[in-house]
Design a protein around this ligand. Structure first.
Ligand SMILES: Cc1ncc(COP(=O)(O)O)c(C=O)c1O
Length: 382
């Protein structure tokens, strides 16, 4: 009799393992909200905003309905709109450029650095020149902390200062990471993050937040998230949105924030084991000196043309992979009519053809990870 069974499929992200760990603490937090019934901007929202500010060191935190809305709120608070250019990388999730278009501005694409996948600050001046040549007013740059790794914030700040740009950090994938001893949330003029469930700090639905040290900007964003209210909610002083973080989600996030430092440490241990197991067969991610990552993704680079076979071989062994991102934004149907900065986007093109991400989460145990590493090594050596 053949007793061999296929090994179980490994989850790409294991939210159920985290749910088991949180256990009744989350149930109790949700029940508290169900009992007091303040579902919109209830006390848990204020409490979570204070906890988030204390965690990252920002003076003000304004939560909202998604990471996308967080970026929109910040751009709207700075009156960025039609005729303005907003610089952003092409190798990122679409929301980074989408928000520029949503406020009526024009995204202008900048290339990324091949080692970090983050915006190449050397491309900022050229993209500003491109924007001006098109009659646009360059107003902002959105660096992205891709896959959990901080962008080069010192270089971005210097380039942005030279061009008088507002810096809005898109830390949707990287909240919890640090750059030269400071947590993300304190770089640029404002930082946006996302609590989408798959993010390192995710909720059980949609959610987002903006962090800033600018009290006036925080006040405007609080107004904008609630239909542009003034002194009370039926006094409308600007056109706004309905974009609040649900009280239930805030209650859940407060529980998740308690275990977040421990989860970040676990993610770093997973990343260390991947690097040790794979650095001789693939290009593993680089973490520059002075940075820490929260490893939203663990992304390898393979020689062009090898990725599909690699992914198929792993899939056959019950190991999922993902490609973030297969098409850079400047080639997407919705974005291809927007300008690319004079420096071009050659690295974004190359990365889109070479990257592949492996399962990554805080609950990936060593035997399961060894299965992934062994399969990846076999696939790459074949
Ligand atoms: C880089 C980046 N920016 C913005 C967003 C938007 O966040 P959300 O999905 O919460 O709107 C995401 C999330 O998917 C993201 O990865």
């Amino acid at each position: 009799m053949n007793l061999r069974t296929d090994p179980p499929t490994i989850p790409f992200i294991d939210l159920a393992a985290q749910r088991r760990r949180l256990g009744s603490a989350v149930d109790a937090a949700v029940t508290r909200v169900l009992n007091h019934c303040q579902f919109i901007l209830g006390p848990e929202v204020r409490a979570f905003e204070a906890e988030l500010a204390a965690f990252c060191g920002a003076k003000h935190v304004v939560t909202c309905a998604s990471g996308t809305d967080a970026l929109v709120l910040a751009l709207r608070a700075r009156d960025i709109g039609p005729g303005d250019a907003v610089l952003c990388p092409s190798f990122t999730f679409c929301a980074t450029a989408e928000v520029a278009a949503l406020v009526g501005a024009t995204p202008v694409f900048v290339d990324v650095d091949a080692a970090t996948f983050n915006i190449d600050a050397n491309g900022i001046a050229a993209a500003v020149a491109t924007a001006k040549s098109l009659g646009l007013t360059p107003k902002a740059v959105i660096p992205v902390d891709l896959f959990g790794l901080p962008a080069d914030h010192a270089a971005v700040a210097a380039a942005a200062k030279a061009e008088n740009l507002f810096v809005l950090d898109d830390a949707a994938q990287a909240f919890g990471a640090s750059y030269h001893g400071r947590q993300l949330g304190t770089f640029g003029h404002a930082t946006a993050t996302s609590f989408f469930p798959a993010k390192p700090l995710g909720c059980y639905g949609d959610g987002g937040a903006v962090m800033t040290d600018d009290a006036e900007m925080a006040d405007v964003m609080r107004s904008l998230r609630m239909h542009g209210h003034g002194s009370d909610k039926y006094d409308n002083i600007r056109i706004g949105l309905a974009s609040r973080l649900d009280t239930i989600q805030a209650a859940i996030l407060s529980e998740k924030l308690k275990i977040f430092p421990d989860e970040i440490a676990a993610r770093n241990e997973v990343a260390r084991r991947y690097a040790d197991g794979l650095r001789d067969v693939a290009t593993v991610p680089t973490v520059p000196d002075g940075c820490t990552s929260v490893w939203a993704q663990y992304t390898l680079r393979l020689p062009a043309g090898r990725r599909d076979t690699f992914a198929a071989k792993l899939k056959a062994e019950g190991i999922p992979t993902a490609i973030y991102y297969p098409i850079p934004l400047h080639r997407q149907q919705a974005y291809k009519h927007y300008p690319v900065g004079n420096g071009g986007v050659a690295v974004s093109e190359r990365l889109a053809a070479e990257v592949v991400s492996l399962p990554m989460h805080a609950y990936l145990d060593a035997p399961t990870q060894d299965r992934i590493i062994d399969a990846a090594r076999r696939a790459l050596k074949a």
